[in-house]
Design a protein around this ligand. Structure first.
Ligand code: 3HC
Length: 289
């Protein structure tokens, strides 16, 4: 593999583009338009500048990484890609439309992968040109820092596709785990019920935002409390994954907490909208309750 295409230049897509370029791959980065793709690349530049200022990277290495990332405004250049990773919004319809469009231009040996956090791989493979070359490759936020990739094979995914993705993940220096195509795979199956339960605890008045977070952060030795983490991941993403867990299992233990739904309805989606459980408009995040 030499050329990787990343579709979606948000938090996850930009992170995937960054680590892929850092591992020596040429990267084609796209989004709904070239301006959005350029914004994603600017974010990567900022991350690399931070590393330079901390003397964790030299300027030449950062330039080389950026030089390997090309922003594109349409899918035509994807005909040269060996691997296409979709990292768009966590909505099945959006992802299917992308697979459909990409499927018309990619080469017959190219692999199509989705960074979905919870949508079934076997089902989405139906929208791919060849389900045997379709696979789940789930990164974690922030991608350059988090050491894990979950690899999820669908029913039709071939051994060759698994081997190729395994080689790619190893080249990025990540630890790989293999999950079956079950709702939420491994991490979100465990994480989202915790975040959802923290939302129930908040809604039921067990404690305020700060104390729920402090309790879990220090009491469980987690890097962030669950409500801070929810804001970090995006409350819309947390809700979407929780709904998928709930609807696909039918198990009431996964029912979304009302407060999580309300915040999403209000457009309070976490850090990305500058307000979620915390207000991010000032220097330091302030709890909103
Ligand atoms: N991008 C790149 N690097 C980042 C970053 C970002 N967004 N945020 C922080 N970092 C780097 C910092 O530069 C710093 O690097 P250094 O050690 O080389 O100086 C390092 O991470 C530590 O950062 P800070 O000192 O600023 O702050 P923290 O010690 O609080 O760490 C954190 C920040 C790494 C984000 C840490 O709080 C953490 O690990 N949080 C949990 C993250 C997590 O659970 N992610 C998974 C979410 S679930 C998911 O992604 C799945 C999806 O499907 C929902």
């Amino acid at each position: 593999m030499k050329i990787i295409s990343v579709i979606g230049a948000g938090q996850m897509g930009a992170g995937i583009a960054q680590v892929s370029a850092a591992a020596g791959y040429d990267v084609l980065l796209s989004d709904i338009n070239i301006e959005q793709a350029n914004l994603g690349k600017q974010g990567i530049e900022k991350q690399l500048s931070r590393l330079i200022s901390k003397e964790k990277m030299d300027a030449k290495t950062a330039d080389d990484i950026l030089g390997r990332i090309q922003c594109i405004g349409d899918y035509a250049p994807l005909s040269n890609a060996d691997l296409v990773i979709e990292a768009a919004t966590e909505r099945e319809e959006i992802k299917r439309n992308i697979f459909d469009a990409v499927g018309k231009v990619i080469g017959k040996d190219a692999i199509l992968a989705s960074n979905t956090s919870s949508i079934p791989i076997t089902r989405m493979a139906q929208a791919a040109p060849d389900p045997s070359r379709f696979i789940g490759v789930h990164f974690f936020n922030p991608v350059p820092i988090m050491g894990l990739i979950e690899i999820i094979r669908g029913l039709a995914t071939s051994d060759e596709t698994v081997t190729a993705i395994t080689d790619y993940g190893k080249k990025l220096g990540k630890k790989l785990v293999f999950a079956n195509d079950a709702p939420g795979f491994i991490v979100n199956r465990v994480l989202m019920p915790m975040i959802n339960e923290a939302c129930f605890a908040l809604g039921e008045g067990v404690a305020n935002i700060q104390d729920i977070d402090t309790a879990c952060q220090l009491g469980l030795n987690h890097p962030m409390g669950p409500l801070t983490l929810a804001d970090f991941v995006g409350l819309d993403t947390c809700l979407e994954i929780t709904k998928i867990l709930f609807h696909s299992t039918g198990d009431s233990k996964f029912r979304p907490a009302p407060i999580l739904q309300k915040y999403v309805e209000a457009g309070w989606l976490g850090r990305k909208t500058k307000r979620g459980f915390y207000d991010y408009s000032g220097e330091v995040p302030v709890p909103t309750r």
